[in-house]
Design a protein around this ligand. Structure first.
Ligand code: ATP
Length: 442
């Protein structure tokens, strides 16, 4: 039996978060990790197919990623003899406006940051052009090629514990932040997803060799429902899945191209702190602390099951201790959902419940006997957080047999993190002092 057209029940439902209309297109497969097919409409994405040459110069050979407002393509520069590879980020047409967040990165170049040696760890644009297509005019920005988040390197490096390499990656992340701050720029969105490992060594390879290293483009067919005679020029015939760096094994050829060089991306939230004094740069330090923890440990410090800000605060108090006044007694009133005012030891308040999530009615367990006992204790200090095994045992590094860090390193790393996680923003350690910390000299 030949299949011409899938039935509606075989087609994946497509969620639409934007205002674009249902354009009658569906995916013949899972939508997971792909851009929304409804975004291929005037104002939305530019339709790109593998092999397309952008601006007469950048030949698309694979896809690197997609975000809320763009797709990022792995391209071969066919105009230069050296044939370098670049990431070309194409913004949706509606987002391609002069004051869009993506272009804020150019303020870093205006400040002369591109010429600074320390900019080696910042992902800065190397060229820019416009594309006119069926869906409008799109900004296309050319960047160096980056790979996986550095927080996943711990598992990818394939060593028992690649501590030295990971501390070096952390050092580069701090250095990048120190550089930004020294130029009066606050990153504003520092998190593991924006610290990627640089990909090196592709430039001498043919397209076939690159494909061998990172895998062939993985396509999902786009189908029309109901089928009409002509294919709309606004949409591609296939959507492409991004290169999955995580699935490249430590022994595979592709892994050799993923360096342990950290590169900070995404300056869309960055701003000039000279105008508003120091406000915000201390938030960068807090975010940097969370990022260092995740790079070194391969898992987040604060795991918040319900994405609830108060649960987040509760988890912080459990690990870092009580907030200073008046935050504790007055500002954060709902703390009573989690903590009694009884003191436990010298400075710790007693948690009503050590268990997340709360009981069925969203209240703490009033009787400790109600708390399921099979869960290991939740960390009560940074040291605990560094040494404990996640309750659900889903830490991929633990599963693949990585060891926890040494007692000596735990003490030094905890000391550094405590200085970064001071509640009073002005008391947080500055990036240049972080770089001097003995944890980096282990
Ligand atoms: N230079 C690059 N090299 C390799 N991959 C990249 C590069 N820049 C971005 N990516 C990948 O593309 C994905 C989308 O990029 P990005 O988050 O910058 O898009 P965005 O549309 O600006 O996102 P959002 O609007 O949701 O914040 C990233 O998660 C990353 O995986």
């Amino acid at each position: 039996m030949t299949r011409t057209e899938p039935t509606l029940s075989e087609l994946s439902p497509v969620e639409s978060f934007r205002e674009f209309r249902d354009n009658g297109l569906r995916l013949d497969g899972s939508t997971l990790g792909l851009e929304n097919i409804h975004d291929y409409e005037p104002g939305g994405h530019h339709p790109v197919e593998i092999g397309h040459v952008l601006n007469g110069r950048f030949k698309v050979i694979n896809k690197l990623g997609n975000g809320g407002s763009s797709n990022v393509w792995l391209c071969h520069d066919i105009q230069q003899e050296t044939g370098q590879y670049f990431a070309v980020k194409i913004l949706m047409a509606d987002n391609s406006i002069e004051d869009c967040p993506e272009l804020r990165v150019y303020r870093l170049l205006d400040r002369g940051l591109g010429k600074s040696e320390a900019a080696a760890n910042l992902c800065l644009p190397v060229a820019r052009f416009d594309i006119k297509g069926p869906n409008g005019r799109h900004f296309a920005i050319v960047y160096p090629v980056l790979g996986p988040q550095v927080s996943s390197l711990r598992c990818m490096l394939g060593k028992d514990d690649p501590g030295r390499e990971l501390r070096q990656v952390c050092f580069q992340a701090v250095q990048a932040m120190a550089t930004l701050h020294s130029y009066g720029i606050c990153h504003g969105d520092f998190r593991p997803a924006n610290v990627l490992a640089r990909v090196t060594g592709l430039d001498s390879l043919t397209e076939d060799q690159v494909t061998q290293a990172v895998g062939s483009p993985r396509t999902t067919k786009v189908v029309q429902y109901p089928q009409v005679n002509s294919w709309p020029s606004t949409a591609p015939r296939d959507l492409i899945r991004s290169i999955d760096w995580g699935s490249i094994d430590a022994g595979d050829a592709g892994i050799a191209f993923v360096s342990t060089e950290a590169c900070i991306a995404h300056f869309g939230e960055s701003y000039d702190y000279i105008l508003d004094k120091r406000l915000g740069i201390e938030s960068d330090i807090w975010a940097l602390g969370c990022t260092l923890f995740e790079i070194r440990m391969g898992r987040p410090l604060f795991v918040i099951p319900h994405d609830d800000p108060d649960e987040h605060l509760a988890r912080m108090v459990e690990i870092l201790g009580k907030f200073p006044e008046p935050w504790w007694s007055t500002t954060w009133e709902v703390r009573r959902r989690w903590f009694s005012d009884e003191m436990e030891g010298r400075s710790r308040t007693r948690p009503i419940s050590l268990r997340f999530p709360l009981g069925g009615d969203n209240k703490p367990y009033s009787n400790l006997n109600d708390v399921p006992i099979a869960r290991p204790p939740i960390p009560r200090s940074i040291q605990d957080a560094l040494t404990y095994t996640p309750a659900d045992n889903t830490d991929p590094c633990q599963i693949s047999g990585h060891r926890t860090i040494s007692i000596e390193e735990t003490a030094l790393f905890a000391d550094l993190l405590k200085k970064m996680f001071r509640y009073v923003p002005e008391q947080r350690i500055a990036p240049e002092d972080i770089l001097e910390h003995p944890w980096f000299r282990l």
